[in-house]
Ligand binder design. Structure first.
Ligand code: BGC
Ligand code: NOJ
Length: 812
């Protein structure tokens, strides 16, 4: 069953049934100001940091689900309704939510009144703009009463939810003309305030929640709206809100457009006040003036569309399969940009107060958007690397507002350092900007400790070299990429977190996944060294030794082991009672092609197909854990089939997919991808539950109570990795140091497709033909009609437009 449809032309997902199986959300903003918005206009917004600078309040996991947002109540006689259906849930004659690229539109119609609410964050602006058009489509005069509503958060998303003895006495507002200002704590340590404005005279307002809603009413029936009369309340403490009251009289056919702005302003210390206790509103007024007409608003919205057209234009494919095309051309890159902006901080599964920017997460996210915004990727790399420690290890996360690393969700994840090599090499391959390696970058944000970025990579590489275990394999530390495989933790206290509890930090537990990573990214490091003229003998020796260690101690007969535990016993082996095989080491060791000549990769992936793959994707381990294994930690706490315990962790499926492309198995690679790609799951929306336009972190696996049900959509490395898998390894257009590498791996029956790729300032119109029906291998390549040896398209002059003709076939 579907709850809407893809409008590829408009680049929108159109939801036509408000009761989706879960709130289906979108993101507003692409720079410093962000909003999360559900298909019923729920959600909240923040400036830079969902923890430290939250503007509006939101209550997660609430009953009913998803209440609180940007609400417009239209009172037409005795009927009250909202353009986005919620919170009144009044049946609408028409409902549509159009989630587009960085904007959402809500179209509601009731009793001859139609409304269209468009929400977005204009470029260069720290505000959400809401354009509300109300039209009388009946043949009688309409006298409507309109109430806007938002609820302020007292800035710190965390204390707002817990420190009531303080914060219920702090709230302060100011009202001037049609603008409601939120100035809690402005007089002391804050130099910022927020406001909610409308570009029309108002007939009243409310700023105190209890007055507006009433203590015994809810968002669905605020007492002021029921009465049809505002109270002009001024909040003193308790819960400040902002609500405008506007009388809208419309003749038949008449339409009125209003612009509401929910803005954020910072003032310099010496410019904070206009007079004693009165905010200096100069900047707010300037911001309001920028959008005081619908023309200005429409122009700002058009600017965003132009931006997206340009960003998405960097890679456009036409395969003839609309589902593939819409994933590659629209939704996957869009999600990648959102993960770039948010890391794992703010979604409907991440509260915004839990996790900031993850070290490993952000490095991996980068491979999904570096082609879109290389300059911002560069800055991101520097920000991330600046939190690294001198021994190469890393804080697991940093806060976006401060850019300082913290250990709030633990540390000592031994995979972390290696991901920096992935992101930096991806950046250079995309841009050719080698100068990034010379940037001076601090350690732990301490400028007195700094080396060039290349030095950071050396330390990343050496961190593994310096932390090998008894088999010469990398020590796992607290955990590797799989946060929940806590081999040193031994937790028996239900009140401690697996992430932060004291680790034994033993030097026995080793990870085969990090081993694969080390070989793969170690080779990348060697390549960078060579091109910098740095001697690579020692590094190559280490990599060779790692390959040997994997072959000697990491092979279980039919697949790669996953790890060695604290006692030195194999994990992910036939010897084990449960969890005999894991996905991560199969993925990483085959991506690194360890033992490929001896057939290990093929064998490992055949075992994946046999033991881990199912209809909805590839599960993480098999058999699932059914008991808690203290020496394995969190992984064995989850019910079978969920999360890291045999769930389909969509993040690691592409590792196998890429592995399959290394073996040249095009059918398998595409088939695995389609199992998890959301557009291919749209028809099963009822089961899948999450948005059909973005990937979810996890789909319940074959051992679960409800296989196929997804959770945790949006903020997941799944976006970036699937982008890499489909665009680079299946469709086969891959940036390299010396040009665009053409290396498709597709099903044999694909006979032709086209890709347009913008790369280092030039455009490449690539046509790939497959006359002899192979999966892999480029038999001929021509650039602008000139034959080229091999499969690398040399870099062409900036601004040039080039035709690239590729024939697949026997590569020799
Ligand atoms: C989850 C992981 C997550 C980690 C960090 C674990 O409970 O299963 O997926 O990355 O917590 O918050
Ligand atoms: C989610 C985390 O964000 C990511 O860093 C981790 O690798 C996965 N969980 C797997 O445990």
């Amino acid at each position: 069953m579907k709850f809407g449809y893809f409008d590829d032309e408009a680049r929108e997902y159109v939801i036509t049934e408000p009761k989706t199986p879960y709130p289906w959300i979108n993101y507003l903003g692409n720079e410093e100001f962000f909003g999360l918005v559900s298909n019923t206009a729920g959600g909240y917004c923040f400036y830079k940091d969902a923890k430290f600078r939250r503007l509006t309040r939101y209550r997660f996991n609430n009953v009913p689900m998803d209440v609180g947002g940007r609400y417009y109540y239209i009172k037409d006689g005795d009927t009250v309704w909202n353009p986005g259906w919620k919170p009144t849930q009044t049946d609408l004659d028409k409902y549509e939510c159009r989630h587009g690229l960085s904007y959402s539109k809500f179209i509601g119609e009731k009793d001859g009144v139609s409304s269209e609410l468009t929400c977005f964050v204009p470029k260069g602006t720290n505000a959400e703009v809401h354009k509300l058009a109300i039209e009388n489509v009946s043949d009688v005069q309409k006298s409507l009463k309109l109430f806007s509503f938002i609820e302020w958060c007292l800035w710190n998303g965390m204390s707002d939810m817990e420190n009531f003895q303080r914060n219920l006495s702090c709230g302060e507002v100011e009202i001037e003309d049609s603008v409601i200002y939120h100035k809690t704590e402005y007089k002391e340590r804050r130099d910022h305030f927020a406001f909610f404005s409308v570009n029309a005279p108002i007939n009243g307002f409310d700023t105190d929640r209890e007055n507006f809603i009433g203590l015994y009413n809810g968002f669905e029936n605020p007492q002021v709206v029921e009465a049809g009369m505002p109270r002009n309340s001024v909040a003193h403490g308790w819960s400040p809100i902002a609500s405008h009251y506007i009388e809208v009289d419309l003749a038949p056919g008449e339409k009125r457009e209003l612009v509401f702005i929910l803005g954020y302003i910072e003032n310099a210390q010496e410019e904070k006040w206009e007079s004693k206790g009165v905010i200096n509103k100069t900047k707010a007024k300037a911001m309001i003036a920028n959008f005081d007409t619908t023309e200005k608003v429409d122009a700002a919205l058009a600017e965003i569309a132009t931006d997206w057209k340009r960003l998405l234009g960097v890679y456009q494919v036409s395969t003839g399969d609309e589902k593939i095309d819409r994933m590659v051309n629209i939704w996957n890159p869009y999600q990648c940009m959102v993960t770039f902006n948010m890391s794992r901080s703010a979604s409907f599964f991440e509260s915004g107060i839990g996790r900031g920017m993850g070290f490993r997460d952000s490095n991996q996210d980068l491979i999904g958007f570096v082609h879109q915004v290389p300059e911002r990727a560069r800055q991101r790399i520097i920000d991330i690397a600046s939190t690294q420690f001198e021994d190469g290890s890393a804080y697991h996360q940093y806060q976006p507002l401060t850019k300082r690393g913290n250990a709030d969700i633990g540390g000592d994840f031994n995979d972390d350092p290696l991901w920096l090599i992935l992101s930096v090499s991806a950046y250079i391959k995309e841009t050719g900007d080698w100068s990034i390696l010379d940037e001076s970058v601090p350690y732990d944000n301490d400028a007195s400790k700094a080396t060039d970025l290349f030095g950071h990579l050396t330390r990343s590489f050496n961190f593994t070299v310096n932390n090998l275990g008894p088999h010469g394999l990398p020590l796992i530390g607290r955990a590797d990429w799989n946060d929940c495989l806590n081999l040193n933790c031994f937790s028996s206290d239900p009140n401690e977190s697996f992430q932060t509890t004291n680790n034994k930090m033993g030097r026995t537990a080793e990870s085969l996944m990090i081993a694969g990573q080390f070989v793969l990214y170690g080779r990348e490091y060697v390549e960078l060294c060579k091109r910098r003229g740095v001697d690579t003998a020692e590094a190559e020796k280490q990599i060779d030794a790692m390959i040997e260690a994997v072959k000697n101690y990491g092979w279980d007969g039919d697949w790669f082991l996953r790890a060695y535990d604290y006692y030195g016993k194999p994990v992910g082996s036939k010897e084990n009672e449960e969890a005999q095989i894991f996905i991560e080491s199969q993925g990483f060791c085959t991506m690194a092609e360890i033992g490929k000549e001896e057939g290990l990769c093929e064998k490992a992936l055949d075992s994946v197909a046999e033991r881990l793959a199912c209809e909805h994707g590839i599960v993480l381990n098999n058999p699932a854990f059914t008991k808690y294994v203290i020496e394995y930690g969190e992984i064995s706490t989850y019910p079978a089939g969920y999360k890291e315990n045999a769930g389909i962790f969509c993040h690691n499926n592409p590792w196998v997919i890429i592995g399959e492309t290394k073996l040249g198995r095009g059918e398998k690679a595409l088939d695995y991808w389609k199992r998890i790609a959301p557009a291919f799951r749209e028809e099963k929306s009822e089961l899948h539950k999450m948005e059909p336009y973005v990937y979810s972190q996890m789909i319940a696996g074959k051992d679960a109570f409800k296989p196929g049900e997804a959770k945790n959509s949006w903020l997941t490395g799944t976006a970036a990795w699937n982008w890499a898998a489909i665009s680079q390894d299946i469709l086969g257009i891959k940036p390299g140091y010396d040009g665009l590498i053409i290396d498709p791996c597709v099903p044999k029956d694909w006979n032709k497709y086209k890709v347009t790729r913008e790369y280092r300032g030039a455009i490449y119109n690539i046509t790939i033909k497959n006359p002899s029906g192979v999966c892999k291998g480029v038999s001929s390549l021509a650039v602008n009609g000139e034959p080229v040896q091999g499969n690398v398209v040399p870099i062409q002059a900036a601004d040039s437009v080039n035709d690239v003709d590729v024939i697949l076939g026997d590569a020799s």
